[in-house]
Design a protein around this ligand. Structure first.
Ligand SMILES: Cc1ncc(COP(=O)(O)O)c(C=O)c1O
Length: 292
C-alpha cells in the first residue's frame, strides 16, 4: 500500500513520524475523511472547506502541498497507486501542527505541519443498513468545540467502545437532555412528520453527509427542522438514523431497550439512503470534470 507523508509517496511500512510530532503528543491537528466512488472523491469541495476552516480555527498555517489542487493531486495519485479507480473506498487526511520540542503553547517558530494521507477500500455494509442497527445512549463528555474535526477523539473512542461492549453499533450522545450526535456520525430523527437534527453549532461536527441529506430532503418536499431532539422525545420518534461519510444513512431500530418506530428501517431513511447513493454516482461524475 502506498501512503503519502510530507511530500513523499511511500510504502505504508516505511511511513514514520517523529515522537515529537504535536499530533502524537497533544492531538494537535485536524483530519478529514472522504468517500471515494469509482476513483472520485464525493463532495470533495465541502470536505476541503471544512478542513480549511479547522486549520484556521487551530491557527495551523496550511503547508504548501495542502492547497485545494495539491490535495486533489495527492488523492488522485493515492487512488491510482492503490487500485481504487473502481469500486468504493475512503481517503483519510491528517494535518498536525508539526514537530517541535514539547511545550503546551505553540512553538515560537512555526514548524512545517505534518501531512499524512492514505486510502482504503470500503465495502458498505448493505445488509446491516437493510436490517437496521442498534444504538446505546451515553453522556456527551466532549469539549465545547465539537465543530472542529480534530484528531483528539478519545471521548468518541471510549463511547464507541462502550457501545460495542453493549452489543450496539453506535453510541448516541446526550448533553443536557439533548441528542447531540453519534460517536462518529450525526443523528437524524423523524418526529411529528418532520426530519429533525441538531443545529450546526459548536456541539456537533457539521457532517457533510448531514448537509447533503438535508438538501436532498428539502428537494423531496420533506419538512426539515435543524433543532435537536430531546432525549425524552426518543420514545415518540417514528424513525431514527445516523449519517456520515462511511455510515451513509444507517437506520437505528432500537436504542438500548427501546424499540424505535416499528422496529424496522423507516420509509424516510430508506428514501434518503437511495437518493444519497444516487447522488454519490452523480457526484462522482461531476468530480471527474473538476479534477480533470
Ligand atoms: C463526531 C462526528 N459527527 C459526525 C460525523 C459525520 O460527518 P461526515 O458526514 O462529514 O462524515 C463524523 C464523521 O466522522 C463524526 O466523527
Amino acid at each position: 500500500m502506498t501512503v503519502y507523508l510530507n511530500t513523499r509517496f511511500i510504502k505504508k511500512s516505511e511511513a514514520t513520524i517523529s515522537i515529537e510530532d504535536r499530533g502524537f503528543i497533544f492531538g494537535d491537528g485536524v483530519y478529514e475523511v472522504w468517500r471515494i466512488v469509482n476513483g472520485q472523491l464525493f463532495e470533495h469541495a465541502r470536505h476541503l472547506a471544512r478542513l480549511e476552516r479547522g486549520l484556521r480555527e487551530l491557527r495551523i498555517t496550511p503547508p504548501a502541498e495542502a492547497t485545494r489542487d495539491g490535495l486533489l493531486a495527492i488523492a488522485e495519485r493515492l487512488i491510482e497507486d492503490n487500485d481504487l479507480c473502481e469500486g468504493e473506498g475512503t481517503l483519510y487526511l491528517e494535518i498536525t501542527r508539526g514537530v517541535a520540542p514539547r511545550t503546551h503553547h505553540f512553538p515560537a517558530t512555526a514548524p512545517a505541519p505534518t501531512v499524512f494521507a492514505f486510502v482504503n477500500r470500503f465495502v458498505p455494509p448493505e445488509e446491516l443498513r437493510a436490517r437496521g442497527a442498534t444504538a446505546t445512549m451515553l453522556p456527551d463528555v466532549r469539549w465545547l468545540r465539537c465543530d472542529i474535526k480534530t484528531i483528539q477523539l478519545l471521548p468518541n473512542v471510549m463511547a464507541k467502545q462502550q457501545a460495542q461492549e453493549r452489543g450496539a453499533v453506535e453510541a448516541i450522545l446526550i448533553r443536557d437532555g439533548v441528542v447531540t450526535e453519534g460517536s462518529h456520525s450525526n443523528v437524524m430523527a423523524v418526529l411529528d412528520g418532520e426530519l429533525r437534527t441538531h443545529e450546526a453549532n459548536n456541539l456537533i461536527l457539521r457532517g457533510i453527509t448531514r448537509d447533503v441529506l438535508l438538501e436532498i430532503a428539502q428537494a423531496e418536499g420533506i419538512a426539515v427542522r435543524e433543532e435537536a431532539i430531546l432525549e425524552s422525545d426518543l420514545g415518540r420518534v417514528s424513525e431514527l438514523f445516523v449519517t456520515g461519510t462511511t455510515t451513509d444513512v444507517t437506520p437505528i431500530i432500537r436504542v438500548d431497550d427501546r424499540q424505535i418506530g416499528t422496529g424496522t428501517p423507516g420509509p424516510i431513511a430508506k428514501r434518503l439512503y437511495a437518493l444519497l447513493r444516487e447522488r454519490m454516482g452523480a457526484g462522482a461524475r461531476q468530480a471527474v470534470s473538476a479534477t480533470g
